[in-house]
Design a binder for this molecule. Structure first.
Ligand SMILES: O=P(O)(O)O[C@@H]1C[C@H](O)[C@@H](CO)O1
Length: 387
């Protein structure tokens, strides 16, 4: 095979003829090597890293293990437009999707088909569970569960408090699908990939997006455990030239230049305020502006001061790109932040004023009952109004 050949186990570097080459530390090689395929399993020292399960070494002679390390290059995999290793067209397509920032309509359609056929449902309401709020999906009845890693072309969750499962079922009579685990920009995913599941929801039949998050309270009136109903956002990643809608626009999802005023459905906000009153938690319910930063670090005092001056009430690391994607494809949006920590806007040496993810998770756990009730009651209202 072809590839990029580097130092072998002796610390020496081999040229194409296998001899030591003092001038180069590594060089491009083009040769047939019957003992290795070009996949990970054979690229480690001594051949297979995954328990010698490789089946591509048909020509290998017993005892002829090659200790040279071959790092595949694009050129080594593609020769005259032909794939030189054994890879099926489906695997090749999956690799392409994995490497692209945006998902073609057809791939999203396939994922949606996989979910609607697998669950036998066309959900009407989509829920995205924020950090520590996975219990929003636990109250779904007759759940059909899809692990992210088993959904074709789906990313995987890497953050604690985000289980990585899609739960489809019914809640208060309505058909719902919930993401127990979202994708964040700081995990290394481009924004279009972070919010791709919203488009999957759309093609599954979802009309309403419920997006939830854990957030730091910047508004001094907010207390830990309060719920802020989002009525607007400041898209800091957008200020920096980043958008989930970047790249070619597919009009089957929505227009090139969508308007975002009135993104957060006023009827749903008003209904949620009424529900908060009925639950006896009206003093813990606020309406405000959320801003998403890239993370994963929490904000500096100067950043928090600046956000406050801009009119931001709560800060987090998600949701905005999901809302943009949902509005682009004309979904109705309801979103709230659970205030898991108060953000300091004055300098202090107090360690307990520093945000940390354990605290975020603990507060979310404590408040999950109230969050679940709010969501369930609002879904009941939507469902009964449409019945
Ligand atoms: O997924 P959300 O926005 O709820 O998670 C927040 C933001 C970070 O992922 C994490 C920080 O503690 O919680």
């Amino acid at each position: 095979m072809t590839g990029y050949k580097v130092a072998n186990g002796n610390g020496t570097t081999n040229g194409t003829n296998g001899s030591t080459n003092g001038n180069k530390s590594a060089e491009y090689i083009a040769q047939e090597n019957p003992t290795m395929c070009s996949r990970d399993c054979c690229s480690g020292p001594g051949g297979s890293r995954k328990g010698n399960t490789c089946t591509d070494k048909k020509g290998a002679k017993a005892g002829s293990l090659n200790t040279e390390k071959i790092i595949p290059t694009p050129q080594s995999l593609l020769g005259n437009g032909k794939i030189l290793c054994e890879i099926t067209p489906e695997e090749l397509r999956a690799l392409r999707v994995l490497n692209e920032d945006t998902y073609p309509y057809e791939v999203i359609e396939e994922i949606a088909d996989f979910i609607t056929k697998g669950s036998g449902m066309r959900p009407k309401i989509g829920i995205i569970c924020g950090s520590g709020l996975g219990s929003l999906a636990d109250i779904i009845q007759d759940p059909k569960i899809f692990e992210y890693e088993k959904i074709p072309n789906f990313p995987v969750s890497t953050v604690e408090g985000h289980a990585g499962r899609l739960v489809v079922g019914t809640l208060e009579g309505a058909t719902v699908m919930a993401m127990q685990g979202r994708f964040h920009f700081y995990e290394g995913y481009p924004l279009a990939k972070c919010s791709m599941p919203v488009r999957v929801m759309k093609l599954c039949g979802v009309e309403y997006l419920f997006a939830t998050n854990a957030a730091g309270g910047i508004n001094p009136r907010f207390a830990v455990g309060d719920i802020m109903l989002m009525h607007d956002h400041v898209n800091m990643l957008g200020f920096a030239g980043n958008s989930p809608l970047q790249g070619p626009n597919d009009p089957r999802f929505g227009p090139r230049f969508p308007a975002l005023v009135n993104s957060y459905n006023k009827d749903l906000i008003n209904k949620a305020i009424e529900i908060g009153k009925a639950m006896g938690i009206e003093s813990n319910i606020h309406v405000g502006v959320y801003s998403c930063l890239g993370g994963p670090n929490y904000e500096t005092i100067a950043e928090l001061k600046a956000l406050r001056m801009m009119g931001v009430d709560a800060v987090g690391m998600s949701t905005v790109h999901e809302v943009i994607t949902a509005r682009h494809c004309d979904m109705k949006v309801f979103a709230f932040s659970l205030i898991t920590n108060k953000c300091a806007t004055e300098y202090s040496d107090k360690k307990d004023e520093e945000a940390n993810h354990d605290e975020v998770m603990a507060v979310a756990k404590n408040r999950q009952k109230a969050c679940c009730e709010l969501v369930a009651r609002l879904i009941r209202e939507i469902h009964s109004a449409s019945a």
